[in-house]
Write a protein that binds this ligand. Structure first.
Ligand SMILES: NC(=O)c1ccc[n+]([C@@H]2O[C@H](COP(=O)([O-])OP(=O)(O)OC[C@H]3O[C@@H](n4cnc5c(N)ncnc54)[C@H](O)[C@@H]3O)[C@@H](O)[C@H]2O)c1
Length: 357
């Protein structure tokens, strides 16, 4: 079992990092902004909810001594060891330029972006796939809310990752020449002594998917499809993001978490003895994975505050899962061929020898 264990010594390396985060106005995002700020990071968070985003900045600002406050940009020594700051911007993640402005704000102020965290998300809209509501009359209505879930949860993530790779790479020290293909699962040392430097390993992208991103949840159709997409994006990038861009990438997959998104389901969870997470527990794991230079290519399932990498089990049991080792090798070859076609790999053999999945 690949449990992620919280290590408070790693938290210290958050100090002075420039962090971009979406969905920071409330819930898991707000808890992440708060923890990063108190650990001494410079946090730029964007959200559609201006009222809550601004309120969070004011709350964090008021936690500082008066001398540590400046106009519009709040900075201080909230943790006693850090010099954190926080800045909210109105961002609609469906709008590429809106996200671009968030990255620009961090780059302009600090000359770099070190960590990028995508936390914005919305739940499914009720009724669009419901057996009672779906007939030849109702189906004529264009399901705009379904598309909206996908736009926010998945298209916004694709925009974000593209931007993050460019901004993180901008100040990464990893060479893009003669890049190798990482073993994506085991985070093994890079062959031929071509290891990314520790400064490049500190650059990271962390995406928030869901347990509905690797398991089906009846009722959550657009949501589950979009969150599976987030995991698919991470899986396709992980063989390369570290070696080509000098950027680690991980996905957090919480199950039911006590935020606004859970709506009226909290009592039902308690009645059914479900191990919910708190927003603070999920945030703590996000911060840990974003900071810990060992973490790359993981899909971290969280329940009851505990965190477990589900990719390790898939890798270990792949032969059994696919029905035999010959299927594993066949699949690997097709991954290599597709990679070559898109300029993401040189030889199928290279993919095979690196156990690249
Ligand atoms: N709460 C859960 O049970 C749970 C479980 C698994 C995964 N998640 C995921 O965790 C993440 C955070 O969710 P949460 O539970 O904190 O919910 P939340 O509703 O409290 O927070 C989501 C945030 O995203 C913002 N947002 C929504 N649309 C946006 C847009 N177009 N542009 C910018 N910001 C936008 C909201 O304003 C809000 O601040 C989401 O990606 C969600 O899918 C939540």
């Amino acid at each position: 079992m690949a449990e992620i264990v919280i290590d408070n010594t790693i938290l210290a390396s958050v100090e002075d990092k420039a962090v971009v985060i979406t969905g920071g106005a409330q819930g898991i995002g707000a808890a992440t902004v708060t923890q990063l700020f108190h650990a001494g990071a410079h946090v730029f968070h964007g959200d559609l909810d201006v009222e809550k985003g601004t309120l969070l900045d004011e709350t964090l600002k008021s936690s500082l001594r008066p001398l540590e406050q400046t106009n519009g940009y709040c900075s201080g020594h909230a943790s006693g060891h850090g010099h954190g700051s926080v800045q909210f911007l109105k961002v609609d993640v469906r709008d590429y330029e809106s996200q671009l402005a968030l990255f620009d704000a961090a780059l302009e102020k600090h000359g770099r972006v070190d960590m990028a965290i995508y936390c914005a998300g919305v739940g499914d809209r009720f009724g669009w796939f419901g057996p009672d509501a779906l007939d030849l009359k109702s189906v004529r209505e264009i399901p705009t809310p379904v598309a909206n879930v996908v736009d926010i949860n998945l298209t916004g993530t694709l925009y974000f990752v593209r931007l993050a790779l460019a901004y993180l790479k901008h100040t990464s020290t990893t060479t893009t020449k003669n890049h190798h293909l990482d073993n994506p699962i085991l985070s093994s040392p890079v062959p031929n002594g071509n290891s990314p430097s520790s400064s490049s390993l500190s650059k990271s992208i962390t995406l928030v998917s869901s347990s509905a991103g690797f398991k089906g949840f009846p009722g959550l159709f657009a949501y589950s499809a979009s969150k599976h997409g987030v995991l698919g994006l991470m899986r396709s990038l992980r063989p390369h993001s570290r070696s080509v861009f000098g950027v680690r990438i991980n996905t957090i997959c919480p199950t039911l978490t006590d935020t606004r998104m859970l709506n009226g389901l909290k009592a039902e969870c308690e009645r059914n003895n479900i191990h919910m997470n708190t927003a603070e527990e999920v945030a703590r794991v996000i911060v840990q994975v974003a900071t810990d230079q060992k973490e790359h290519g993981k899909a971290v399932y969280m329940a009851g505050g505990r965190a477990l990498d589900v990719e390790e089990g898939i890798e270990r049991l792949e032969g059994e899962w696919l029905g035999g080792e010959e299927w594993v090798e066949d699949l690997r070859r097709s991954q290599g061929v597709i990679g070559m076609a898109y300029g993401w790999g040189k030889k199928v053999d290279q993919v095979l020898s690196n156990g690249n999945k």
